[in-house]
Design a protein around this ligand. Structure first.
Ligand SMILES: [Zn+2]
Length: 535
């Protein structure tokens, strides 16, 4: 049997593993690469296998960095079954067509200008049609149900506690009379996350592939509910609105859960709460229809309410763009949840335009903000931002609430793995930047005494029973982490040149100040030279 790492290797996106056994080929995940332009181009590279030769797939969860290339896989000939949980399938019915819509509009935008400039036509990676066609290949399973993926490989899905429907995949492979068990963690949630259950305790396996998104970090421990209540009460007292850019799937429902709890406990008043994102509304609907995944606290919350989750009378879901625009003409303080979570597109832009300039309002970020996004700029203290061609002065309070992460941190992952009665022969550490993967790897080695390997794109492991041999792929310039590093280095170069120019401008007015700064910048450059010389 052979396992090949074809994504999320030393990077956090593009999750994809190819398992070849008994002359069959299966995939675990087929995710999209997300982030900078150079990382996104990996989505266009030919697959490392022929999609028509893949017999089946097991999908850990619906997030696009795990599921996003399924429409392309189907478009290029895949005809097998895609095994997952019911809510993963339901969430994919909204996420995959939405992702296709983005592909189509990006291509359309590129062609509008490109064709006039004599550039060749850009074809979308896949279309909305492709996304819908791919949905017919999904087969749903309950958690903890055993099912056959292909002859000789059975699977079971355990609760991963990351988002609704998210699963840890356990595979049992029987080949040449030998049995091998493999675990793919997918994304693992923090314990005590609202709504869904905590990650299941695993029996263990011969080989474990683990995520390491926060492998080098510990989440700050603090009372999120109290902080959220304080922000809301302070803002409402000032007569302002609370604006929350929130990811449609997962984060919006978690926030609604907290609002429901805080309202029930009398800790926040009954102000109108608007969920202004069609995708968030659909994802909330799926959450409401997935009661079997609720944890004990959520069940208790519903019993208290005597009704259902998110059943507050003050919650409004806005459907049309007109209704969305209407929100800003309604007087009185309110809470507005809208997408995108990084405030770089979508309806949230309207709300920021109408509220950022007002000192009585608060904008709360409750999720990861990537470099270069409006969310990141605001957290970094931007005083002015451009929204839909208009310059907006930032006077509102900007709050960055960490701790809502849907990923376990290093200690939480270690605690979880320590509870497995059977320790694996080796951990393959994936789905994390190299520094995060190495940090987690080191601790796994020390605290669990197991071997660890951090695969790079294309590396394989040949497995026979519980024995294994790693076949490293040749080092190539085309690996995602190399592309990411090249991006970072060019941004350092660009910044360096910008700083030098700024110093020269200052020199025109104040030569001694400029000299001080020149020295400082040179010190940084020499330090970097030394560092690079040591690598
Ligand atoms: Zn995820």
């Amino acid at each position: 049997m052979k396992l090949t790492f074809l994504g999320a290797a030393r990077t956090v996106t593009g999750s994809c593993y190819l398992l070849e056994a008994n002359d069959k080929k299966i995939l675990v995940d087929c995710g999209m690469f997300q982030g900078s332009k150079s990382i996104k181009q990996f989505n266009e590279r030919p697959f490392a296998f022929h999609p028509g030769e893949i017999d089946a797939m097991v999908l850990t969860h619906a997030h696009v960095d795990h599921s996003g290339l399924i429409p392309r896989l189907v478009k290029e000939g895949f005809k097998g079954r895609i095994h997952c949980t019911k809510s993963t399938q339901q969430l994919c019915t909204i996420l995959l067509p939405d992702s296709a819509h983005i592909q189509e509009s990006d291509a359309e935008l590129a062609n509008r200008k490109g064709l006039r400039a004599g550039k060749s036509q850009v074809v979308p990676l896949f279309t909305i049609d492709d996304a819908y066609i791919s949905l017919q290949y999904f087969y749903v399973h309950d958690f903890e149900e055993n099912f056959e993926v292909v002859p000789g490989i059975t699977a079971r899905l355990h609760v991963a506690g990351h988002i609704l429907g998210s699963a840890v995949v356990r595979l049992e492979v029987e080949e040449n009379g030998k049995k091998t068990t493999l675990i793919f963690s997918g994304d693992v949630g923090q314990p005590k996350q609202p709504i869904i259950e905590d990650p299941s305790i695993l029996e263990g396996a011969d080989f474990v592939t683990t995520e390491s998104t926060y492998g080098d970090r510990k989440h700050k421990a603090y009372d999120k509910e109290a902080e959220l209540a304080k922000i809301i009460n302070d803002t409402l007292e000032r007569g302002g609105n609370v604006i929350i850019p929130a990811f449609a799937v997962g984060r919006t429902q978690v926030l609604l859960y907290y609002f429901q709890k805080l309202t029930q406990e009398g800790k926040i008043p009954d102000v109108p709460i608007y969920v202004d994102s069609p995708m968030a509304t659909k994802a909330t609907g799926i959450t409401l229809a997935s009661k079997e995944e609720y944890d004990a606290e959520t069940r208790a919350l519903i019993e208290f309410q005597g009704d259902r989750l998110f059943a507050m009378k003050n919650v409004h879901f806005t459907a049309t763009p007109e209704e969305s625009r209407m929100i800003n003409s309604i007087d009185g303080p309110k809470i507005i949840l809208s997408a995108s979570g990084m405030a770089d597109a979508g309806r949230i832009l309207h709300h920021l335009k109408h509220n950022l300039w007002r000192p009585e309002c608060t904008v709360v970020f409750a999720g990861y903000q990537a470099d270069g996004t409006m969310g990141r700029n605001l957290i970094d203290g931007a005083k002015k931002v451009k929204i839909m061609g208009e310059t907006i002065h930032v006077a509102a309070e900007i709050v960055n609430m960490t701790g809502f992460s849907a990923h376990a941190d290093r200690d939480q992952l270690l605690d979880w793995y320590k509870k497995m009665p059977k320790k694996p022969k080796i951990f393959f550490v994936t789905h994390g930047e190299f520094s995060a993967a190495s940090a987690l790897g080191k601790e796994l080695q020390m605290q669990l005494g197991t071997a660890v390997y951090i695969p790079k794109y294309g590396d394989s492991v040949v497995i026979e029973g519980a024995d294994y041999r790693i076949e490293a792929a040749p080092e190539v310039e085309t690996m995602p982490e190399v592309a990411e590093l090249q991006d970072s280095i060019s941004s350092i170069e660009k910044n360096y040149m910008e700083y030098r120019n700024k110093i020269e401008q200052i020199a025109l007015r104040d030569s001694s100040k400029a000299e001080q700064m020149r020295k400082k910048l040179e010190k940084v450059r020499r330090y970097m030279d030394d560092m690079l010389g040591n690598i």
